[in-house]
Design a binder for this molecule. Structure first.
Ligand code: DX5
Ligand code: ZN
Length: 214
């Protein structure tokens, strides 16, 4: 399977978000990654529905929404209405993850589950038959521009093994500190969706940056 590159808008310059979206789409990114933080599940507050409402008309690739919020089920309809193609939530933040997955599916979208660096692989096992994407956080969620945590790689390999065992087509995504060097080791460990914020948006030549991640 080809590697999917998902550009995280957390890494863009919000004062020129329209140009930045155009630039990364012209550079060939496959998805746009939209990080929603609530200041509770993670310390930071990023952006929410109003921004996505304004920019969705500029986005011509699938919208990959990453909810870093408590009680995610409350917001699935909102982010579905705003045009998300895929919604990922954190297992640590949901009281009943299966209900959230069902809710995402009821809107006709792909469902993703995510785990923080400290959460063991076992947590994803009950959902392997149900989700379309598993996100292994390679930094502690909350901020862009952090350094990749190498200890998360083992979980990527273990989840790749579990996914292959299901025979299902499940994306394995990594997010946090992805650059040309860490992309390569994540791909070798079995990841096939790479989220990149500061690396792609901070590169002078975005087309080269995207190509280098593949
Ligand atoms: C971090 C977010 C990431 C972030 C990645 O909590 O989930 O999507 O934007 O940014 P970089 O690529 O700069 O680590
Ligand atoms: Zn993210």
């Amino acid at each position: 399977m080809d590697t999917v590159i998902s550009a995280s808008l957390l890494g863009c310059d919000l004062s020129r978000i329209a140009e930045d979206i155009k630039d990364v789409q012209d550079a060939g990114v496959d998805w746009i990654h939209y990080d929603v933080m609530d200041g509770v599940f993670v310390r930071n507050i990023s952006f929410g529905e109003p921004l996505l409402k304004s920019i969705k008309k500029l986005i011509s690739v699938p919208i990959d929404t990453h909810l870093m919020i408590v009680d995610p089920i409350r917001y699935i309809d909102n982010y579905a209405d705003l045009g998300s193609d895929l919604i990922t939530f954190h297992l640590e933040a949901a009281k009943d993850p299966m209900a959230v997955i069902d809710k995402i599916h009821s809107r006709g979208l792909k469902a993703g589950i995510s785990i923080r660096p400290q959460t063991p692989v076992e947590a994803v096992k009950p959902y392997l038959g149900s989700v379309e994407l598993i996100l292994v956080m390679t930094v502690n969620p909350g901020f862009g521009g952090q350094v990749f945590l190498p200890e998360t790689l083992e979980k990527v390999s273990e989840i790749r093994y579990l996914i292959d065992g299901t025979g299902r087509d499940i994306f394995l995504q990594v997010d946090g500190g992805i650059n040309v060097r860490t992309a390569e080791i994540c791909r070798s460990a079995g990841a096939n969706v790479l989220v990149s914020g500061s690396y792609v948006f901070g590169s002078e030549n975005k087309r080269e940056a995207v190509a280098s991640l593949r």
